[in-house]
Structure formats: C-alpha cells, structure tokens
Design a protein around this ligand. Structure first.
Ligand code: KG4
Ligand code: ZN
Length: 399
C-alpha cells in the first residue's frame, strides 16, 4: 500500500510516499527556516504564503522521486491538526483537492500522532530492548495486517539494564524487568512527544490509542530551547543552535533548577527565566537589564557554557519524568521519543534504550504522516470526506 503523506502544520512544506507504513520511497521537505531565521521565529501569514508557493512542486517531486504515478497511490494522508491555521489550510486544501481529483481515500492525521509514528519508519532495521515485568509474553497481535518485520528478534538479553541519565537519582526503574530486543516499538508503550509546540507523555496501549498522562503547564521544551537561544544570541531554530554551541561548553558551569512540578507534568518557563537570571548575574547586570541586549555582552565561551548547562538540565528533566512514567506504568515495554527535540544528540545519548526517529525524520515531514495513516488504515479507521474535512489548530491527540 502506497500512501502520499502531506505535512504543512508549521513552517515545513513536505510530501512523501511511504509503502506499507515502513518503506520511504520519497521524502521531500522544503523548510522555511532561512526565511524565519531573519525574524527569530515563524510568522504565520508568511508561512502560509510560502506553503502555497511550493506545495504542488513538493507533491510532484515526492511522486517523481518515488517513481510513482497517481495510479500507484492508494491513499492520501494529511495533517489537519494541530498547528498554524493558515499553514494547515494549505496542506488540507491541497490534499482534499487531490483526493477528489484522483479519486483517492483521504486520511486526516493528528500531528503528534505522526511524530510518534516516525519511529515505525526509521527503526525497521534497528533492534532495541523491550521491557517487561512479566517475561516472555509478547505477541504480534498489534501487528495484525501489517507487513512490518516480526516484532521480536533474538533471545532475552541484558537483563537488568537501566535507561536514564547517569548520576540521576531517578534512574529508570527497570532493574527487575526482563529485557528483550525488538525491531519495532512494543505495546503498551510510553511516547515522549517533544516539539516546538508540545511536551507530552503519552501512554499507548495499542496502535492509534493515546492517553495523555503528562503535559507541560506552560512552555514546550522546544520553545524553551528557542527562547534560551534568543537570550544567548543564537539563531532560530534554537534547538540545533544550542546543541552545536554546547559541544564546546562546560555543562557543569552553571547550576540550573529543575521545576517542582508534581506527577508527569512539565514546566519549562521557569528554566528559561533561570537562564535569563543566570546570564544577568554572570554579566553583573541587574534583572531589569533587557534580555535582548544580553547577547552583546556574552563571550563565545560563556554562550557555550550556558548552552551546555541548559541542554544538560533540559535533558535531565525529560529523563526524570520518563523514569517516573516507567515507574507508574510498569507494563510498558517500549519508550518512544518523538518530535523536533528528539533530534537532540545529548538526549539520544542519555536514553540509549529508547526508540528515536532517524534524525532526519525528527522534524516535520510527510513520511511520518503517511506512516501514521497506514496504521489508521490497518486499525480499521475510515477515510474522511474530502468535501468537508476541517482543520483544528489546537485539538488534543485524545479527541
Ligand atoms: O516537531 P518540530 O519540527 O515542529 C513542531 O511540531 O513544533 O519541532 C521543532 C522544535 C523547535 O523548537 C526546535 O528548536 C527543536 O524542535 N529542535 C531541537 C533540535 N532540533 C530541533 N531541540 C533540541 N535539539 C535539537 N537538535
Ligand atoms: Zn512537529
């Protein structure tokens, strides 16, 4: 089954053809980063206009790269929620029109679901441990109808291995669990969705079933990377810029606080303010000193040290909450990381046993939309009406 996936929820115009939810036949992404780097953030109207300009060339290239004609395409999938209103409109109107024109079933996919399903695209060849408190009771039922590889490979290995940050007093509670290897994430699983707009812990008992068990009370972690980058005078988007600057920095130089938010919820606005105050203090400037001017006083070394210290703290916070989630959901067999921040190398190193998308699939792309739609189709979800499909800029994944 070949699905054309279309994604325009923010500032990437993307289309891809994916076969059977796993094999990427083409993946075209046109990013508007260069445009918004100048402004230090996305301007919604400008993003929508740019989507409009490149949308059809991107779709055409996705088809030609995949060596497909319309006859080869079995379904069209598009992001319809959440995201920027104007951006979502361009993608959905394109998909609706193409579905009517070429008489294809149309699937509307939630953006966070797509990010989660990037993990089924990328790890087909990779093995990861499966965690279980109950031993060898895995089945492939959740793969019924899927032509993905069999879920388990190999014998029980490495019992008692932990995941988590070293030195963390919250190390993952996996010591007593049996560990097996698998090529694809196993259910039930915990998904940590970390992007520019969201920071959520999802409990997934099976394909297409999501329960939000933790969420941010204020900023998303990606947003926090972007805001801290701005303070430090690093370009937009801040995540990659901070990760790069941190390579030359001392992560122990500045001690930053972990938010005191109970349960599995997050808070990142305090961390951003803590960086701001630490920078002002380091420079001997009062807290009234405007944040936009601080970058003019910081040395390269100071920027690197702040970037490294901030990144370390953000990674620790994410790992601590994951550890808690694993404790609260002892039946969890896999941990899946999704969204733009999942590209972060320090986070990947801190969580060697979690699933991560291929770094190139961490950010917004059409392939993950097609993968998510594939699992909707095999789960029996019905296509939407192309004449009436709506967009939902703020809707939750649980809806
Ligand atoms: O998923 P995404 O591409 O778009 C949204 O759905 O929001 O996520 C974008 C976010 C931005 O905040 C960006 O700074 C962050 O992902 N990001 C990173 C890295 N690459 C992108 N954050 C930390 N480290 C990275 N390497
Ligand atoms: Zn995204």
């Amino acid at each position: 089954m070949k699905i054309l996936g279309i994604e325009t929820s923010c500032d990437e115009t993307a289309a891809a053809v994916v076969e059977d939810g796993v094999r990427i036949l083409s993946n075209v992404v046109v990013s508007q980063i260069d445009i918004f780097a100048e402004y230090g953030g996305v301007i919604p109207e400008v993003a929508a206009r740019n989507h409009l300009e490149v949308m059809m060339p991107v779709v055409k290239k996705a088809l030609s790269d995949a060596e497909c004609t319309w006859d080869d395409i079995d379904a069209i999938a598009v992001t319809h929620a959440p995201g920027l209103l104007g951006s979502l409109l361009i993608g959905t109107l394109t998909a609706r029109t193409l579905a009517i024109l070429h008489n294809k079933p149309l699937y509307a996919v939630h953006h966070l679901k797509s990010h989660v399903y990037a993990n089924w695209l990328s790890n087909a060849e990779e093995t990861k441990p499966v965690f279980s408190s109950a031993g060898l009771e895995f089945s492939s039922t959740s793969y019924a109808g899927s032509r993905a590889e069999p879920p388990l490979r190999g014998e029980p290995v490495r019992p008692g291995r932990n995941i988590g940050v070293e030195n963390s007093n919250q190390n993952f509670m996996l010591q007593k669990r049996q560990v097996l290897v698998s090529q694809t994430p196993q259910f039930p699983l915990i998904a940590l969705v970390i992007s520019g707009g969201h920071t959520q812990i999802l409990y997934m008992p099976a394909h297409n079933q999501f329960e939000i068990v933790g969420t941010t009370r204020d900023d998303a972690v990606g947003e926090c990377f972007d805001k801290v980058a701005k303070i430090l005078g690093l370009p937009y988007p801040g995540g990659p810029a901070i990760a790069k600057a941190a390579l030359d920095g001392d992560a122990e130089k500045y001690k930053l606080p972990h938010p005191k938010v109970g349960g599995l919820d997050f808070s990142f606005s305090g961390l951003k303010t803590a960086v701001l105050r630490a920078v002002q203090k380091e420079l001997g400037l009062p807290i009234s000193h405007p944040s936009y001017d601080l970058k003019n006083h910081l040395s390269k070394k100071q920027v690197a040290d702040f970037a490294a210290s901030f990144q370390k703290t953000a990674v620790e916070i994410l790992c601590e909450k994951l550890a808690l989630a694993m404790e609260q959901y002892p039946d969890v067999q896999s941990v899946v990381i999704a969204g733009g921040v999942s590209a972060n190398k320090a986070l990947r190193e801190a969580l060697p046993e979690a699933y991560f998308p291929e770094p190139s699939l961490s950010g917004d792309n059409g392939a993950m939309v097609a993968a998510a739609a594939y699992y909707e189709i095999i789960s029996g979800l019905k296509p939407v009406d192309p004449y009436s499909l709506n967009i939902y800029p703020r809707i939750s994944i649980e809806k």
